[in-house]
Design a protein around this ligand. Sequence first.
Ligand code: HDE
Length: 716
Amino acid sequence: MKQENEQKELHVNNADTLLTTNTGVRVSDTDNSLKAGERGPTLLEDFHFREKMTHFDHERIPERVVHARGSGAHGYFELFEDMSRYTSAGILRHTGKQTPVFVRFSTVVGFRGSADTVRDVRGFAVKFYTEEGNWDLVGNNMPVFFIQDSIKFPDLVHAAKPEPHNEMPQASAAHDSFWDFMSLTPESMHMLFWVLSDRGIPRSYQNMEGFGVHTFRLVNEQGESHFVKFHWKPVAGMASLVWDEAQKIAGKNPDYNRQQLWESIEEGNFPEYELGVQIIEEKDEFMFDFDILDATKLWPEELVPVRIIGKMTLNSNPDNFFAETEQVAFHPGHVVPGIDVTNDPLLQGRLFSYVDTQLLRLGGPNFQEIPINRPRMQVHNNQRDGFMRQTINQDRKNRANYYPNSLNNNSPRPATAAEGGYVHYQEKVEGHKIRKRSESFNDHYTQARLFYNSMTAPEQKHIAEAFNFELGKVEHLHIRERMVEHIAQVDVALAVQVAQEIGVEFDEASWKAKLKDTAHNVADKVASAVSSKKSVTDSPALSMEKNKKEHIKGRKVAVLLAEGFNHEAYQHLQQTLLANGAELEVVSTMLGVIKAADGQQVEAKKTFNTTASVLYDAVFVPGGKESVQKLLKLGKAVHFIEEAYLHHKPLAASGEGVDLFAECRLRDVALSDGSTQMDKGVVTARDTNWQDLTEAFRQAIGQHRFWERMVEAIPG
Ligand code: HDE
């Protein structure tokens, strides 16, 4: 698919070729500059040296001002359900047709070289190369945003980026300027709860949802419009890291998510996402207890169900990172006939910002000609010239570079709607010029509360811990105090928990009394004013835990072993895991071939020095006396297991491997009959009942994490 559509002359394969300059001259020596004598000065006339060095000197372009760190992939989108009733867009009408896509996932705050696993929003930008032109769905992995009006975006980003005096901290919002801004921006509260939840540290790009965030319009052939929100649901299910793990991965493997994406595509384990839509009829625009144009609000799925209408599959890695992933330019205003924007004030500002920033980043107005950005059809217009123009318009034949013209038979001429010309939805707009926010945007806490209340207890605990971490790094007490007051608006018990740890005095009783005073509780005032509207107080769809898919595709299991291990145990596990799409990696005391007790061999791709438990989803220790004896003496092996346990991961051991677990600080669970058993998610078998062991372990991996483990007392 990708090959078919690319401009072949621009794709260069260097296999079996001779080195040339950029003017095509063959180069005879690229290691020695041209000198006056063997030990003499380099000569200016060395055109190859000058060209090579000049190109290198100019290799860098500005990184994206936000979303600088990202990874991309090619793939295709296929529609299941014909949406003609709602839209004239071919991509949403032609079922079974595959449309090529390019996707870029990103973090927002960090610089281009920052780590993947930081706590942040993830960008989820999709470019559909449709037959009617490019459609970009430039979304995030969270369905809401920090602000309601785009004019605040420069302030938000300045506050979140490293502080201006010392450029610290990198890729982290845990600093005073961010929380200062947040504490003065109540509209951010809902989004903050998302960022501080497990959604802020996804396990992989394959394991996160995507959202178009804004309300868009679908417009059908009759010109009728419906409001729509777009969703991506990962087929592999949602999963996250734990915070301690995420921080460690940032050091152990800063490319963690990038590498996972790359490797799973190379291995044929293609990331897949279902496309869902939520649709609201025009007449229902004011039926809800939130304004559908407010990007700090989501449409609860229990009120407006998500209809799955298609699927995207990512099946090919880029050939060149810079040419594709770095130079791709997305823009929420890249829409096709049948899809239109709304008056969401956050979206309206984005419609300006993207092209503006790309003019600078990509060096001029011709960036749409870069192969990754080109639509898959010929472009015909009268735009000409500019830096780095690639198109050679045949103006010698058709002199007119203006419209109307008679020299080129009035071509290219505008298309009628029947010919597929883009017609904007004719929305009636009237009003005074005014710098004002609609009153209907004023409720900042109800949906934050909805989100928090819809979490399971472990998910709520993680949010509390995230507040404690982030606010614990804030030096100014008054900022911490203001934040506790906001949290109290959402949940008083949470405010109490957070206040305790971050050194803020919080008087629960007087706060509760204060909450009753409606003057202090705009949220409830607004909420009660709209109480006649459609609303929910619980939305299970928001919880990752409640929507867990218990399969293990793409999960990575570390097998800890040394010479003399039990090969049979290894083999049984391998069969089960591979058959279920999981991966296995042998970690040992040395690289290369490791011999089992029965003489069989496996290859160790990692040692205890080159990897760590945080890079795996689960750990298995096969028996084998000699092997386990070696591991028992190795602090790093013991630490590996304890750390995985601490991060709530599934563990399994067979035969003598169980002895190793006994030496680790894994807690036993007391049973009612007075006996004890291994903690949840710790699967062990002394005997050779491989079937039971591997099946129990497979199920445990499907659970992803065992939050009920009491790990507080165990050092990390
Ligand atoms: Fe962006 N955003 N954004 N953003 N955004 C950019 O465009 C901006 C917002 C998103 O992988 C920039 O080419 C404004 C929401 C993604 O290349 C810039 C506002 C959402 C990406 C920009 C927002 C996004 C960007 C920087 C407030 C989710 C990376 C580089 C109204 C719906 C795309 C660039 C990629 C990138 C502006 C808010 C998603 C500066 C003004 C809300 C995924 O133009």
